[in-house]
Design a protein around this ligand. Structure first.
Ligand code: GLN
Length: 204
């Protein structure tokens, strides 16, 4: 198996729309090889895949148009590790409370998600969120940009981050199930590399 410190892992970033470059920069900074993923053959030989933020309905539409949605789902079923942020989390969910018309998701995580759930200006766009990373809980600098929240967590899905929200004392903004980790927010917008680093360490 490849090791990130050898520069031998190759991590794909789904590069159809959204914040692709920020993830590529962080992954390269951590010593991983990177590849933009747009079509099915880009998935070949990957050690992991990042699904970035952006607009989940557009990512869904393009992924289906480029024929990459089904191969991506199949690769994750075979164990391809995934790190998803914001629209990426939405795209991984099994169920959306408020999808765009005809919006589909990959259904990789048994969660229900509400899109654009932090619209209120009372919720600051940048904050420090405690995130369970490996054996530790780390204060992660996070940007929330029209961020989703997780309103239902299925069996076996681990909650790794919560924040206070107007509707409830704490709401879920980070989950993990097996090799799939998903966050409502963007550590990559703040050059915060520790979530990516821990995820990479788990791959090798
Ligand atoms: N609200 C966006 C969506 O529904 C997600 C925003 C983001 O990725 N920063 O896809």
């Amino acid at each position: 198996m490849a090791h990130p410190e050898d520069g031998n892992v190759t991590i794909g970033v789904l590069a159809l729309q959204g914040g692709v470059e920020e993830h590529l920069r962080i992954l390269a900074g951590l010593g991983a090889g990177t590849r933009r993923v747009r079509v099915p053959r880009d998935l070949e030989g990957l050690d992991g895949l990042v699904i970035p933020g952006g607009e989940s309905s557009v990512i869904d539409k393009l992924a289906r148009a480029f024929g990459v949605a089904d191969p991506l789902r199949a690769a994750v079923d075979r164990g391809l590790p995934v790190l998803a942020t914001c629209a990426g989390l939405i795209y991984c969910a099994r169920e959306l409370e408020n999808p765009s018309p005809s919006q589909q998701t990959l259904g990789l995580l048994d969660i229900t998600v509400r899109r654009n759930a932090f619209g209120n200006q009372r919720f600051s766009a940048e904050r420090t969120v405690p995130v369970v990373v490996g054996d530790e809980t780390l204060p992660i600098e996070a940007s929330f940009i029209r961020a989703p929240l997780v309103t239902r967590v299925g069996e076996g899905v681990e909650v790794i981050a919560t924040v206070p929200h107007e509707d409830a004392a704490e709401v879920v903004v980070g989950v993990r199930h097996g090799a799939v980790t998903a966050l409502s927010f963007h550590p990559e917008e703040n050059d915060e590399a520790r979530v990516h680093a821990a995820w990479l360490a788990g791959i090798s």
